[in-house]
Design a protein around this ligand. Sequence first.
Ligand SMILES: O=P(O)(O)OC[C@H]1O[C@](O)(CO)[C@@H](O)[C@H]1O
Length: 302
Amino acid sequence: MIVTVTPNPALDVSYRVDRLVHGSAHRVRSVRERAGGKGFNVSRVLHERGVGTLAVGPVGGVLGESLRADLVASGVPHALLEVAAPTRMTVAVVDDEDATLFNEAGAALPDTEWDRLLDLVRSRLAGARAAVCSGSLPRGAPPDLCARVVAVARGAGVPVVVDTSGPALLAAARAGADVVKPNAAELREVVAADDPVAGAEALRAMGARAVVLSLGPDGLVAVTEEGRWRAAPPFPVRGNPTGAGDAAVAALANGLVERSPWPARLRAAVAWSAAAVAVPVAGSVDAALARDLHDGVVVEPV
Ligand SMILES: O=P(O)(O)OC[C@H]1O[C@](O)(CO)[C@@H](O)[C@H]1O
């Protein structure tokens, strides 16, 4: 079972429009709502692929209730911390070309609520094979929150994948996260290196055991203690890239559990991530496409 922690959950709303034009009014062709926030997306991908998971995060207010209802309806196992602060909304406007995101910051929680969240995580780690801490932190949250998840999980002998940014990413690397997964912009923001491999090595030098850098349609670069690889999809996939990184994190956590060799983990992560682009909402993978992509993923040492 893989426990995911989402410090800043969201009700994800996706609007489909014909063409997004800045400064214009749009007729929305369809609206979809889902429990979101990166860790919840990771849990949904794992659940849909038959991997045991538990999604943990704080929820509050009316949107928090909608989020809970969606998790129940979709059967994603969860342990939610009820808080007074209202859950935020994120909006993805998707047209034929691209997806444009509007992510609210998320309401502040008192420090005592973060302690309660960590207690909840600790209580649910028994029997877990891996943990994930994923997404942004809401306003005022302790920047070492994912680092504290790493420490709590280490106490339970559970390895952790972290997908966050800024000071939270640095703190998680320094705490010795087993895998950190920034994208290129997030890496540049925290280390002064133009070359992605040099940047990833800088995060490893701080303490992260492995760094997997996501490069959008170009795939992944991994810098690990066993070697360095670049992995790329065999063909481009068009669609909505929102949540593709979450599918990669799901595959990386699953690879950690299965202790598969790094090239195999990267092959799965690229296949799941690219196949997530074909699904119009975040948190799902086109399983048939993932199978088609898998064997063609090009993995080479760098
Ligand atoms: O926590 P943030 O970085 O704001 O990301 C949250 C958002 O990202 C996504 O997870 C896509 O990765 C959306 O589902 C949305 O909830």
